[in-house]
Design a protein around this ligand. Structure first.
Ligand SMILES: *Cc1c(COP(=O)(O)O)cnc(C)c1O
Length: 284
């Protein structure tokens, strides 16, 4: 997969109160694959082996794997949580249209997707397929995301970098790629996201042999939970679009951006700080 460096642009907004906010526009990398999904796949699909992976019916990761498979010419299987529903929703219709074979697992079996029993069974059904976990978060994905901080050139030094968190691979990688003195804040898009701290620690251990101490997770900005929204969040998205002509992804990015402005308003991110907000993807 080719090299693409996404732009960094300042956010001019009267709510930043002396904090310098820069947007790392990973949503502009390639329209077919949201930005962080591209980084996470980059070192996972290089060998162009067939890929089997897991996701919910609205998964951006499923979408991204299907798009990469068609573009680079490798076979893909999507193992989808729950029963088949016809007609397919837009994400699954898109995936099927890119040649992905869809396979459904009832919810209780899906929950066991990381167990040797289920993995061995799938290996038997799909011999030769590389198996990627849900959300694509594995050490190769962490390595892909580690490259992000280095792309923000040395003439724009920053103190804090923020990203949304679903499975935690993106935050694990970004934090691992920081220079001394910089830190990362992840914003959980899931309700009860505290378990993600262990998951991010595990991913860093698997990738680096140790976990870094330069990041933390904000768990209060989930707006009801994964893929949920509230009128307040919808208003925030409309207003941000009017001000900046950027449509924030409501599942992940809008929650992070709301959280950043809230931490600035409360003084948790003080004036004088330079913050990079990673726009990990666009509204699909
Ligand atoms: C998948 C996704 C995330 C979450 O990334 P994780 O590595 O799973 O934490 C964040 N933002 C966007 C736009 C995504 O599609």
């Amino acid at each position: 997969m080719g090299e693409v460096v996404s732009p960094v642009v300042p956010l001019e907004d009267d709510r930043v109160h002396g904090v310098r906010v820069l947007l790392k526009r990973d949503d502009l990398i390639w329209g077919e694959i949201s930005g962080n999904k591209w980084r996470k796949l980059k070192y996972n699909v290089g060998a162009l082996e067939p890929v089997l992976t897991f996701g919910g019916a609205y998964s951006n990761h499923i979408r991204a794997v299907a798009a990469a498979g068609e573009r680079y010419g490798f076979a893909t299987v999507g193992v989808i949580r729950g029963e088949e529903r016809l007609p397919l929703n837009p994400v699954l219709a898109y995936a099927a249209g890119r040649g992905m074979r869809l396979r459904y697992l009832d919810r209780s079996t899906y929950r066991l997707k990381r167990t040797p029993e289920v993995l061995d069974w799938l290996r038997g059904e799909y011999p030769g397929y590389r198996i990627l976990p849900e959300g694509g978060s594995n050490p190769a994905a962490v390595r892909g995301c580690m490259e992000l901080p280095g792309e923000i050139s040395s003439d724009t030094p920053f103190d804090v970098i923020c990203c949304p968190v679903g499975t935690g691979g993106t935050l694990a990688g970004i934090a691992a790629g920081l220079s001394p003195g910089q830190r990362a804040i992840g914003f959980s898009a899931l309700r009860g996201g505290a378990f993600l701290t262990d998951e991010i620690t595990r991913l860093q251990h698997e990738t680096l042999g140790h976990a870094t101490t330069n990041w933390h997770l904000e768990t209060a900005y989930h707006f009801g939970g994964y893929a949920r929204t509230t009128p307040e969040l919808s208003t925030f998205i409309e207003d941000f679009d009017n001000r900046h002509d950027i449509r924030l992804d409501r599942v992940y990015v809008a929650k992070m951006m709301y959280g950043i402005l809230d931490l600035i308003a409360s003084g948790s991110i003080p004036a004088g700080t330079t913050v990079v907000a990673v726009i990990t993807g666009g509204e699909t």
